[in-house]
Write a protein that binds this ligand. Structure first.
Ligand code: ASP
Length: 440
């Protein structure tokens, strides 16, 4: 049987195990199409209300989960050398995946030329409505690029906690956890405290999953009803470029990475994380999906030591899908405005997209905001930037759902490679889903 057939079967098995979430997702698409926001605003409000309630419930556990996972991950890794080894490997694999993603994005942008002839659509009302909001956001991002980096260092971790700013929180917790691992036995009460928090948040995640089907239904219905299928008209090539690019990641890049760097079976991994992938698609948030990503990976035998270190960092730093979409989006805009780019400028866009994507939080729409970093200096006038950015904003939710699914999948790919290299996968469990049991 062909290799890609195996992937398809694995996905179908994953869907079969989580058929209720998949049914919610499909029903959400249908209801979104049948009840467009423009004609049925009340139905849209109801979908959005239920969907937002679901996101709030999952987000409730994200901060305690990230903190406790990193603390126990680092303290269970223990010695410095091993921690540095995992850290380097993680950065190496995340960097390759993202580099390949932006290269594919750049090639597709140049070959498909999604922006040709799209100028007239950018002028449409859809963008005009958003220009006021967007111009503020854009100038905020552009005038303070240095500030964006400074903001990543938390002056007051409790302030970052209150705001839910994931990157500064992670930076603080990493330093704190490494320090804890250096102080010997005296760290026991604090580590045990976080072990209990981790177990409790995992339990809450299990409960939340009972709400996944209605939650995903409502989120998808709300998104589809607000963007409507008409967004595909006129700029269809833009979506096609993104779909092809992300499909290449799923069907070639991740499987090749797994094959070259580990003995993890791609079909087994995809089947293990189908639930997380569907939640990523529905929520468009890697952070909100994190509890699920950890649950799916740990249930199938990837050690808690690796999951609790690699996955929280991945959910915030590794955004290959976002980087690819940012590259295609910027090329789309330059083509729409008739700006011809040199090879060097295209490389610069792709490299900036890597930086921009990793500074963005794992929340809906974050990748679009940091795109401002990439838009700098490519020859668009400030009006064109505001107009173009508003247009991308209007199209964003759908591409966000797709790129977040890639972001979450690649987190799991990298976690499983690192776990394989360090002998931290229980292959009996990994290869036999029927043996899986609850983590807590
Ligand atoms: N929503 C994406 C994520 O959470 C980030 C982005 O591209 O907007 O992974």
């Amino acid at each position: 049987m062909g290799f890609h057939m195996h992937i398809l079967i694995a996905l179908l098995l994953g869907i079969k195990r989580n058929w209720h979430i998949f049914a919610g997702l499909l029903l959400g698409i249908v209801c979104g199409i049948v009840f467009p926001k423009s004609q049925y605003p009340f139905a849209h409000h109801v979908f959005t209300f239920i969907g937002q309630a679901f996101i709030n419930i999952i987000q409730m556990v994200v901060i305690p989960l990230v903190i406790s996972a990193i603390v126990i991950g680092i303290s269970s890794i223990g010695d410095n050398k091993q921690l540095a080894k995992f850290g380097k490997k993680m950065i190496f694999y995340y960097a390759i995946i993202t580099l390949v993603a932006v290269s594919i994005g750049a090639i597709l942008g140049v070959v498909i030329r999604p922006g040709d002839g799209a100028r007239e659509f950018i002028d449409a009302d859809i963008a005009a409505e958003l220009q006021g909001v967007v111009s503020g956001m854009l100038s905020d991002q552009q005038s303070h690029i240095a500030q964006i980096f400074l903001n990543l260092i938390p002056q007051n971790p409790f302030h970052s906690l209150a705001l839910g700013d994931m990157i500064p929180i992670i930076i603080f917790v990493l330093i704190f956890a490494i320090a804890l691992s250096k102080i010997g036995e005296i760290n026991r009460p604090v580590v045990s405290f976080f072990e209990s928090i981790f177990a409790a948040t995992m339990k809450v995640t299990d409960w939340i999953m009972y709400l996944a089907a209605p939650g995903i239904f409502a989120l998808v219905a709300s998104s589809v009803s607000s963007f409507g299928i008409q967004i595909f008209s006129g700029v269809g090539k833009y979506f096609i470029a993104i779909l092809i690019g992300l499909l290449i990641q799923f069907v070639f890049v991740y499987p090749i990475m797994l094959k070259v760097f580990s003995k993890v079976s791609v079909s087994k991994l995809y089947s293990a994380i189908t639930e997380a992938a569907m939640v990523a698609f529905g929520t468009a948030s890697s952070s909100a999906t994190l509890p699920l990503t950890i649950t799916c990976c740990e249930k199938r035998g990837i050690s808690s030591k690796i999951c609790s270190f690699v996955l929280p960092l991945g959910a915030t730093l590794n955004m290959d899908g976002t980087a690819m979409v940012q590259t295609i989006a910027v090329l789309f805009l330059t083509q729409a405005y008739g700006i011809e780019l040199s090879m060097l400028a295209i490389v610069q866009i792709a490299l900036l997209a890597i930086v921009a994507s990793s500074t963005c939080a794992g929340i809906p729409g974050a990748g679009l905001i940091t795109i401002a970093l990439v838009l700098n200096g490519i020859g668009l006038t400030s009006e064109q930037m505001v107009e173009g950015f508003s247009f991308l904003f209007a199209l964003d939710r759908f591409t966000d759902m797709l790129r977040t699914t890639a972001n979450v999948t690649s987190d799991a790919v990298v976690a499983s490679i690192i776990a394989d290299n360090a002998n931290e996968i229980n292959y009996e469990l990994f290869n036999n889903p029927e043996l899986q049991k609850d983590i807590v």
